[in-house]
Design a protein around this ligand. Structure first.
Ligand SMILES: [Zn+2]
Ligand SMILES: [Zn+2]
Length: 214
């Protein structure tokens, strides 16, 4: 029946809270981050880095309402220049863990509002005995708070497409040598341009006129 590992620091025991609705208990815990807390290969909480949890457990009729905050650090890579990105992250979360035996009642009650609440029903959490696993709730809260496109600074200029230099380090960076691809593009735009030729011709005529006036 109990599949939760009670030694897991993200598994909490509600035994002392009791089941009288209105009972409150606060729990603080510092733990090491589990692996995979974040967006894989983009940004996340490094495994074993410190997470500070403050939880407020409240006994309600259907289960235990868990309200909490988690403070930690996240590390990733700037999507523009690939420099490491690191910042503090504080997330809030709230989740109701239903009592195991409230299972059937809950299903009966939500079946009528399936259309309205399809997503939240998929994310229904339950106590196992007196225990609940905070990991999926913490994971959702962290992932939602993370930027999908982390940048080292809002105006990061990224990398030079030609040599890979980090442009924010050297905003004046440029290459003098004409890129053959650029030359080809310029050739294309000039070729069908009668206007371009016309401008050139009139310029020549004006030049001639000036010369004649002198
Ligand atoms: Zn950057
Ligand atoms: Zn360059």
């Amino acid at each position: 029946m109990n599949r939760l590992d009670h030694r897991d620091p993200l598994v909490f025991d509600t035994h002392e809270l009791g089941r009288r609705p209105g009972a409150l208990r606060k729990v603080s815990r510092t733990l090491e981050a589990p692996e995979g807390l974040g967006i894989i290969d983009v940004i996340g909480v490094p495994e074993k880095s410190e997470i500070e949890l403050d939880l407020r457990l409240e006994s309600v009729v259907e289960g235990v309402l868990v309200t909490g905050t988690a403070g930690t650090v996240v590390e990733g890579e700037c999507v523009r220049c690939l420099e490491p990105v690191e910042f503090d992250l504080d997330v809030d979360f709230q989740e109701l863990y239903y009592y195991p035996e409230s299972d059937e009642r809950h299903r009966a009650r939500t079946s009528g509002t399936e259309d309205l609440d399809e997503d939240s029903e998929n994310e229904t959490y339950r106590l196992e005995g007196d225990f609940f696993d905070l990991q999926p709730v913490l994971r959702d809260a962290v992932v939602l708070a993370l930027p999908l496109q982390p940048v080292c600074q809002e105006d990061c200029l990224g990398l030079c497409s030609e040599c890979g230099a980090r442009l924010s380090d050297d905003p004046a960076h440029h290459h003098d040598a004409a890129d053959p691809r650029w030359a080809a593009l310029q050739g294309l735009s000039a070729a069908p341009g009668d206007e371009g030729d016309g401008t050139k011709n009139s310029g020549t005529r004006e030049g001639l006129a000036e010369n004649q006036e002198k």
